[in-house]
Design a protein around this ligand. Sequence first.
Ligand code: ADP
Ligand code: MG
Ligand code: ZN
Length: 476
Amino acid sequence: MGYEAVIGLEVHAQLKTASKIFCGCSTTYGAEPNTHACPICLGLPGILPVLNKKAVEYALMMALATHCHICSESRFARKNYFYPDLPKGYQISQYESPLAEHGWIEIQTDHGTKRIALSRIHLEEDAGKSIHSDAEDLSSIDFNRCGVPLIEVVSEPDISSTGEAATYLKKLRSILRYLSISDGNMEEGSFRCDANLSLRRKGIEGFGTRTELKNMNSFRHVQKALEYEIGRQLDILESGGEVIQETRLWNENEGKSFAMRSKEESPDYRYFPEPDLLPLVVHQEWLDVIRENLPELPDEKMKRFIDQYGLPRYDSHVLTSSRELADYFELCMRETGDAKMVSNWIMGELLRELKRDDREVQDCPVSPSALADLLKMIKEGTISRKTAKDVLKEMYREGKSAKTIVKDKGLIQISNEAQIASIIEQVLRGSPDQVDKYRKGKTQLVGFFIGQVMKKTHGKANPRLVNEILKRALEE
Ligand code: ADP
Ligand code: MG
Ligand code: ZN
């Protein structure tokens, strides 16, 4: 089509501190409205904010994990605007001097690894929440979220497709979760994204005019909203028009975005340095301690899985998408030792079950050692792979062990050669025409015979033995 997409994302992630960023109020999600609010987060006259050290530590962890330059001194500023959910009349944020700059995150794309540059990571406080009720024709305000610590992670416009945008967001969230500094829950609003998008003719260096999309609360919505916006801008450009720089709101129900305000209408926030907070100075010694205590991150874990277990890159990538999934794999590995087999079963059967129930691996009813027991039974030839798939489904549903299910249902694989030979003999005797055809050269009929044997044994015959003995019998 001659155009390419240019996307830059601004992500707000709530930090999982126990208390708010400038006061001692709890940050627990879902509490009764306005029970976690005090004069400081309500902005009453005469208050003094005090910076939460843990919030700074968490922000620094993210900055280090994303290869940022940490600014030894950063500042807080007041971003002034009027809105009912902002009782102070300003939000404390970092503006001209952020905590960290110039980092990057790597994502896996169809064309290999791609590095997305980060322009900055800064700290700020969240605002409250307005709850609108059409039925009662009124709006209520919950101040519990006022002053909850956020980091804002701003990417450079390095993202070139909606797929890359989703991959980038998932990777960013995965890093936050590996670090245990944020829930990254889009539905609960602890992970929010504004997307900036412009189009430009392929091969051109400069950027086109961008629009900013707000109000998307799932990865799927982000992708849909961006796709819609690409189509909209393309229509404008192809018909010789000009894109206007504006903020647009995504409406999921209608599958469309709507103009919210143009650049001219955008508010002047009259930023100025926050007079109640000192500059934030980060000492090297503290930074060193934080760096030393960082957990193994997704990229490192992925490389280790390739080296240590000899797994393909794709498997390693999927298995390290969350810390819990990676732990699950490693616990299972400890008991079986066959990496590719464990990986196949987790990525295939297990993730399929989990996905169907919309469950995370930490809530999986089949423990890693229960799965390992099942895989051992396959390796020992006690059950066939096909039977094992059914057994796993039952383990998942009933929470029983593989051994119990196999015993109760009499699923043990038939590996007795004499027994298999006798069943094969019955099958061959029952289909003389097919045997004749096979012997005259129609060897693809072997599948038919195997099918018959499996039918007679309810899928329990050891397939390797069936194959061997069948071939021998047919060649007699
Ligand atoms: P603002 O201060 O208006 O928010 P920034 O320069 O901070 O603007 O950019 C905000 C986001 O917009 C960043 O993620 C950046 O990568 C992205 N961005 C900037 N210019 C473009 C563009 N032409 N097309 C797409 N995204 C852009
Ligand atoms: Mg911005
Ligand atoms: Zn408070």
